[in-house]
Design a protein around this ligand. Sequence first.
Ligand code: ZN
Length: 409
Amino acid sequence: MPETHRCRSCGSTHSLPVIDLGLQPLANNLLRPEDLGKPEPRFPLAVFVCGECWLMQITDTVPPVDLFSDYIYFSSFSDAMLRHAHAAVEEHIAEKKLGKDSFVIEIASNDGYLLKNFVEAGVPCLGFEPAANIAQVARQNGVETHCEFFGRATAASLREQKGQADLILGNNVFAHAPDTNDFVAGASELLKPDGWVVFEFPYGIEMIDKVEFDTIYHEHVFYFTLTPLIPLFARHDLDVFHVEHLPIHGGSLRLFACHRGAETIRASVTTALEEEAARGVSSTGYYHQFSQRAEKVKADLIAFLAEQKTAGKRVAAYGASAKGSTLLNYVGDAAASLEFIADRSTYKQGRLSPGLHVPVVPAEELAARAPDYALLLVWNFVEEVLAQQQCYRDAGGKFAVPLPVLRLA
Ligand code: ZN
């Protein structure tokens, strides 16, 4: 008998296993060399799907304080994300005709990389960012930032102080909030009668299709398809009225919601729901092949690393990302032979990767040390990294892209 789990959205205990990635350390917890002697906690990392509402979610969560207190992912380090944020803000300002009398809220506003575009356009805005060190950077960037987790209580208190918002944005945070009903209730509470909620998150359909099991880590509680989101939003008096597909993060969904009846439901929603139904999102069969395909990726990587070792070739990696941590720890001991992980973030350099303790070095070191292969752990930025590392490639270095099937670039 598989273990049963309670759905965090609808409360059903009709749970079905999707994938088990074993005991894993926290994916963003890069160690300082002096921490090496200390215990490094590991937690079960597995996903189940609710057999009632078909919401994919992890079995075990880790307290958010452990996850976010010294969170070292600074959005501003990715050129692609900066461009994406700038373009999204321009679209929102035009669509909602935002100006000096409007109010925009972003949940998990990070270092202010997105909201600073609203500040520059003269649109009043405010961010919620739970990591104190990152909230401080945002304030230095001129972005008003509340250092709090977002939910019904914080939303009600902000509503008292500042009123409701025309636009509530949440990029890559919706899937992180374990109490998803509280999170959506907070958005509903803070939204003006004609306001829009716009959430972006990695699309669960893409994860399954492209075998992106490495996007699973403890911070990502949910892996959303659209099907389970309709009842979740409806429970809090919100309609999902539009969705857009985005290429970012290996394939994301941008969801638009409003108060019930405030907007006409667009064809994008009905089409996406029909497509999900046709794929079998509401049936067990859809989830069965996913873990087997992930096992194949793991076996291929272990074989690749063993083959290079035998041939006397040197292998390093690029991108000390959270998804890299999931992938490497799932692969296990074979990945401990990686020479180093090159990364552009000065906050990660000099640290060690979670679990396997591979040293993280500056990105320039890849060309300087010139290993034969670099395993690309940030395949979502493949074009950007290949362009930045042209010198390494010109000198004969090759990237190994692990997903969905191992290939050299
Ligand atoms: Zn459910």
